[in-house]
Design a protein. Sequence first.
Length: 313
Amino acid sequence: RMFHPCDESVQATNDDASECKRSAIKLGYWKDDYIGYFIKSTERKAPEINRGYFARVKGVEILIEKFLQKTGDKCQIINLGCGFDTLYWRLRDAGHMINNFVELDFPTVTSKKCYFIKRNKNLLSKIYVEDEDIRFNPTDLHAPNYHIMGVDLRNVDEVANKLKQAEVDFTVPTIFLAECVLVYIEAQNCTNLLKWFSSQFQTAVFVIYEQVNMNDRFGDVMLSNLRSRGCSLAGVEACITLDTQVLRLINCGFSGAKAYDMVQVYESIPIAERNRIERLEMLDEGELLTQLFQHYCIAIGWVGDLFQDVEIP
Ligand code: SAM
């Protein structure tokens, strides 16, 4: 396997994301009873960061709800670069038992997640199905409806092999999530991966949350901050504009695609919910938050007819 000196810094971005989510959760932005089992830090982040994460988590949640309204639980969720995301457990608490929920990340990250799941009965009991075995090794864990596996997403053959191990069914409607993941992956590897997904699955929607409008001064600052932490932003080409985000998906074989900046996504969150969270913390001035919202987006691409009208209002 090729050695990438920056992989370690990329894996560390998960700690950062998890810390930020925990900060916002602790302040009451949204409910998550599980993140604390994965990340100990309770450092309070700036209000702009907390609100940014709120919009990110809500935006993805809105799309998952729309997806589940169409498919019910007879579907698959494939969470790429899952980090310590707790979506599986939050959906269980909301009454969902998804047919197959699959999580992939570097083995160093999945081994930590597996370790936390194995030793925590609140996490473990929700993946347990009566009379069924849970199989695991240090980096992978297989339960009947939940699989987490260590893999390098740059290697399509390895990904294909892992999905096979998780008994992923290419004919079942599938939603892919890639929250701040593709930006770290070289464009060619990302193309190969997306093309493979769009050609294998009959009915799928691919949800990307990541940077956009990286071609202005604020974007430059964001990129140099990330680079100064040692991360290669090999996939940043697709983050230049909303159009480049859409084009990447189309060029990779998706039948249609749309992209929204987070200003649009935030405005689509029900007003009562926005009012509630806007009272949680004071912002000095809204300018920085608006700029952050302008520099992140949600892009969706679909294959098959089921999701072609999926949109953020
Ligand atoms: N999606 C999670 C979230 O939003 O909380 C974690 C986001 S974190 C910024 C990016 C994640 O992508 C890290 O956990 C990292 O290890 C994973 N990742 C990046 N490149 C990867 C690759 N080539 N193979 C597997 N995982 C990768």
